[in-house]
Each structure stands twice: as C-alpha cells, then as structure tokens.
Design a protein around this ligand. Sequence first.
Ligand code: LMR
Length: 338
Amino acid sequence: MKFIYRLLATLLITSGMHSALAENVLVIRFSHVVAPESPKGQAAEKFAQLVAQRSAGKVRVDLFPNSRLYGDQEEIAALQMGNVEMLAPSLTKLKVLHVSEFEVFDLPYLFADTAAAHRVTQGTIGKIMLAKLDSQGVVGLAFWDNGFKQMSANRPLRKPSDVAGLSLRIQPSQILEAQMKALGAKPRALQFSEVYSALKSGAVDGTEGPSSNFYTQNLQLAQKYLTLSNHGYLGYAVVANKKFWDGLTPEIRSTLEGALSDATTFANESAEQNNAAALESIRKTGRTQIIELTADEKSAWHTALAKVHHQAQGKIPAELMANIYRETSGSATSASLR
Ligand code: LMR
C-alpha cells in the first residue's frame, strides 16, 4: 500500500515539477512525519503560505505530511540525496548525521518551561549546534517547538514504579533508552508512523509524546491513561539540502529566510496553545483518562530520572551540557537534578 502511495506521490511530484518548470516556479519539497494539524504541520503550512505570498508565486513549497513520502528512518537520507529539499526532524533524529550533541535535548527535565528551552534553541548554543550540520550536506536553519512529553499506557502511571515492566515506545536515542530503563521499563525504538498500530496490537504497552502528537495520531483509541508528566522536551530543527540552499539566488534565499523567521515565531508562539487544545480534545473523547500529578508525585518522577543526567556524561560533550545548565540556571528543574 505504502509502495503504491509512494509511486503515486513520485508521479505527482514529477508531474508537479514539470508543470512548475513550464511556469518557471521553484518547487521546494518539504516532507514530515506528523499530522497537518500538529504544531510542526501548522508551522510548515505557515512557511509555505508566506513563501507563496512573498515570492509572488515564484517559489512553491509542497508539503508531504504524515510520513506519506518518507518515514523518519528515511527522510534524512532523502534530504542528503536531494530527493526532498526541506525537513523538520525531531532533534533526536538528527543523530543519524553523527552529531550526537542533539541527543542532549532528550534528557529528562532539561528545561523547566518553554522559556528555558528558548534560551538554548534561540540563542548562541542553538546557532552553534545548527552549524554542526553543515559538514553533513545539511543546512540547519531554525528550531521549532513541539512541547513537553507526557507518558501514556493502559494502566494508570502515577508513581515512577507504576511504569516498571512496561514496554514503551521511544525514538531511537541512547538517552531515551536510559530514561526508560531508569523507570524499570523496556524501551522499544519504533518509527513514528508505526506507533498507533504497535499500541493497538499490544506490541508495545505505552509511549511518550506531546498531547498534540497523541491526539492527531488517534492514540486515544489505543491508550487508556495519559499522565501529565512533562518529563522531557520535543523540538525540531528545520533543515535544508545544502547544495540546494547554497545554489539559490540571494534574492530567493532572503525571501525564504524572512518567511522562515516569521514561521518560526509563529511555531514557537503557537505550539503550547496547540498542545493545550489537543489535551482538551483528548479529554472530550472520554476514552483516555488524564492524570494530573500532585507536587509530591512530580518530585518522585524527578528523583527517579535524575540519574539519567549522570549517565549522559561521556555520551554528550561535557562542555555542551555545562553551557546548557548555565543558560537554564534559572530553571529550578534542571538545577535540582544536578
Ligand atoms: C516522534 O517520533 O515521536 C516525533 O519525533 C514525531 C514528530 O516529528 O513530532
């Protein structure tokens, strides 16, 4: 089925490109794995609209959501090969580019809130990290938020010990593996597109992710409980194929940069609201019970996960960790973990 879809998509792209060529329109293929209504889907649509307006139709951004063109295991190779021009993978997934630094974002309770995350992603540390992608044929252009991850399962998870023994889906990451093991769970790395069916079939017991991804993937049909653990951050890097980006005329590049800067402001101002609305929608379905933790319960989760920061030493450059801790020292959460 997927093969047929891809074949159709390729034919569509090719015919779209031919008509674009005839009209002298520059087409940017932007692939991603989440739903159009999710924070990343909405930000990508904003970018596409702004580019169309500001280039007066000379540049068109074609969006391919929901892993329709490439799943998360394939999309970065497709970008490097020039089969798509832009992506916004989660920061975790950039590890295939051999820049393990990005796994730092998987550390539990790294940021106390969105403002703390922005001090890193929108500041000097973020700029230095994006520049590291250059040597891999990829231009790092911006950081977009999704938000904070929640933990779900078919039994209520109030205390860290409630998680013990469950098999939980993670994105491929040594840090996320350590995080799940710290809770006594069995981590299982799966592509995003496989999560719903793996939960529905019982191949895994639970997962973690922001409420927007939970709701737009219909996980309320497969998970009875969602704990508002806010135990980790999920964000994205907007990236482009370097050869494509460097080959743009200065005028088009500056139009794209302006549109991306405004789409980034939109992304980072609207993601929190998008997640809050998704949580309300989950509540309204009446299928998944939402569990709010007391202050004592929250602190038990912090304590159980603190050791993951120590285990990350040696996996993530010490200087990067120190710089992030320094930048977020106003953040009570990360400070208390050290
Ligand atoms: C995940 O795999 O859970 C996320 O990276 C999906 C996404 O892009 O938000």
